[in-house]
Design a protein around this ligand. Structure first.
Ligand SMILES: CC(C)(COP(=O)(O)OP(=O)(O)OC[C@H]1O[C@@H](n2cnc3c(N)ncnc32)[C@H](O)[C@@H]1OP(=O)(O)O)[C@@H](O)C(=O)NCCC(=O)NCCS
Length: 144
């Protein structure tokens, strides 16, 4: 059974989240999280999908200006992609955000993931830019 919850960098599961992000989001680009400063993550919201003790998906919500949160580090374990776990985790993140009083979620989508976020109601804002060496677009969703 899938369970959605938040964790912090002090929890044991943070190591599993790190490994998932490294495997899905960094290694394919020839990059490593070991070269990034993750110290701010103590003040961010780390959301996970857990199944029988395994972290199968994660994302991070970073508080921005005003009532805005940035959704980043969205990753689903390779063997579990395409099974609506990403969709459920984003929906959980949205409820988390709206319940906390945030009114807008922004994200930097890789072009390959644009269709995923569009299905969830995110709308492109502005043009293409480069992050982690690959093309991205900014996408936005407002609290309904
Ligand atoms: C992109 C990713 C987060 C999507 O999560 P997922 O669990 O595989 O996707 P879901 O099964 O929840 O898909 C939800 C819907 O979006 C669609 N979708 C999923 N990935 C898509 C993609 N890359 N492009 C277009 N549509 C996509 C699905 O077909 C599904 O449509 P449906 O509801 O009509 O059936 C996941 O595949 C992943 O981790 N990919 C590699 C890392 C990555 O690209 N992260 C995003 C960085 S911005």
């Amino acid at each position: 059974m899938l369970r959605f919850r938040t964790i912090t960098p002090h929890d044991n599961e943070y190591r599993d989240v790190f490994d998932l992000r490294e495997e899905i989001l960094r290694k394919p680009l020839g990059l490593s999280l070991h070269n990034e400063d993750l110290s701010n993550e103590v003040s961010e919201h780390i959301l996970v999908a857990e199944e029988e003790g395994n972290i199968v998906a994660c994302l991070i919500l970073t508080p921005g200006d005003g009532n805005m949160l940035q959704l980043r580090q969205m990753a689903v374990a390779e063997a579990r992609q395409g099974q609506h776990i990403g969709r459920q985790l984003v929906e959980y993140a949205e409820q988390f955000a709206w319940n906390k009083g945030y009114e807008q979620i922004i994200l930097h989508a890789r072009m390959v993931a644009k269709g995923f976020y569009e299905k969830l109601g995110y709308v492109q804002q502005g043009g293409i830019f480069t992050e982690v060496n690959i093309p991205h677009i900014e996408m936005i969703k407002n609290k309904p």
